[in-house]
Write a protein that binds this ligand. Structure first.
Ligand SMILES: Nc1nc2c(ncn2[C@@H]2O[C@H](COP(=O)(O)OP(=O)(O)OP(=O)(O)O)[C@@H](O)[C@H]2O)c(=O)[nH]1
Length: 304
């Protein structure tokens, strides 16, 4: 269906939920492409990544929000939480994604439910990870959330296997307001290529570094050149907060950075379907997490 055709629908869905609920995995499944990084660690999503899914006459724009968590102390964390709620208030429909495999409903989730009551947007609940929970427990959980009276529908899904995801997408598509499509048909994400490329490298750092270090670094794409032979040259800087962290990122005789670079370069070449030459630099910038300039590109507001 061409954009603007009669009967077309278009709207925004905010995906919210606690860190690690599976938002990025779900988004990737809905959109059918890897647009948001997925790792086993929490809080990996910082950017307000959008994915665009098509379902019949509808174009559904998904906003994958940073995880909402209550203990937001650092400035960056507060900005992330603020961004998540702003997305929710602006959306046509809000989907709260909940990790059904959790032992019990936590305080953070209850606080999110209370806030949803106040923002007054149409809401759905998606109980995720049903591949990991017994049916009777799942029904109990659904009844527990249903009693809150906030959710128009409760879906049971597995973002990992795709179970139930098409139903959710179809229901959302029907809830989108009538109007022309905002994005060209083949566009999956409005993340700039530079940001997306930085996210790929950050994901590899997450996968290769242990403990808390990945939270103390950020990646920026500084230079991007495309050549006539179809190849691309990308330069990125990894910012860390301390010298000791820089040594860990580099690894003994540069082994760690080499491994990260090779993995990121391979994935970028595959995703962009062209040879990519990736160059990585590591710089120390103390307190970068308190520097608004460092996360301007992520669509976050800093005066919070
Ligand atoms: N078994 C199972 N695992 C899942 C499912 N969905 C997501 N996961 C896993 O849960 C972890 C967290 O998933 P993400 O998609 O990164 O979660 P997120 O909500 O985007 O996390 P943040 O970016 O930290 O807010 C990953 O290890 C996923 O593979 C599911 O349906 N079943």
């Amino acid at each position: 269906m061409p954009a603007g055709a009669e009967g077309s629908r278009c709207g925004v869905v905010a995906l919210i939920g606690a860190p690690n609920a599976g938002k990025s995995t779900l988004l990737n499944h809905l959109v059918g492409a890897k647009v948001s990084i997925v790792t086993h660690k929490v809080q990996t999503t910082r950017a307000r990544v959008r994915g665009v899914a098509l379902d019949g006459p509808a174009q559904v724009i998904f906003v994958d929000t940073p995880g909402i968590f209550s203990q937001a102390k650092r400035r960056l964390e507060r900005a992330m939480v603020h961004a998540a709620w702003t997305s929710a208030e602006d959306a046509d429909v809000v989907v709260l994604l909940y990790d059904a495999a959790r032992k019990k409903v936590d305080e953070d989730t209850l606080a999110i439910v209370e806030k949803l009551k106040r923002i007054n947007r149409p809401c759905a609940l998606a109980l995720n990870k049903i591949d990991r929970i017994r049916r009777d427990k799942l029904l109990e959980l659904a009844a527990r959330f249903d009693a809150e009276g906030v959710f128009e529908r409760i879906f049971m899904i597995s973002a990992e296997t795709g179970d139930g995801v098409a139903d959710l997408k179809h229901w959302l598509a029907e809830r989108m307001p009538e109007g022309p499509w905002l994005y060209p048909e083949d566009q999956l994400s409005d993340l700039t290529m530079r940001l997306l490329a930085a996210e790929v490298t950050r994901e590899k750092l997450f996968l290769n570094l242990h403990e808390e270090l990945p939270y103390s670094l950020t990646v920026e794409t500084d230079d991007w050149q495309e050549f006539d032979d179809g190849s691309a040259r990308i330069e990125q800087t990894i910012y860390v907060e301390r010298d000791a962290q820089k040594r860990i990122v580099l690894g003994r005789q540069g082994q760690m950075i080499r491994k990260v670079r090779e993995a990121a370069q391979r994935e970028l070449s595959e995703e962009m379907e062209r040879p990519v030459h990736l160059f990585l630099f590591v710089k120390v910038r103390e307190r970068w997490t308190d520097d608004p300039e460092r996360y301007r590109d992520w669509g976050l507001e800093f005066d919070v």
